[in-house]
Write a protein that binds this ligand. Sequence first.
Ligand code: CA
Length: 101
Amino acid sequence: MDPEKKKALRKQILDEKVFGPMVEKSFNDADLDKSGYIEKNELAILLKSIHTSLNIPPPSNNDIDKELKRLDKNADGKISKEEFRVLVRDLALFSLDNMTN
Ligand SMILES: [Ca+2]
């Protein structure tokens, strides 16, 4: 993809009008028990399905702990919707970077 087009797409993805609903939907899908937070077991399920869809080996328990630590800014052991935005952003940009056309 040409860099200009990529830049435009990047901007589009991170526009709050697009990004906000994207976060909302991914969060609700990942919050299996509807507790309003993504707990470690839910993060594990989510990361496993992401790895599967990207065709990379499943995350180890250590990978999941690391990701939880990275996202869990206030260190309460679970991911709030606000904290979850980082993951959705990374994933959106990762998918964009890996688009072949
Ligand atoms: Ca939950």
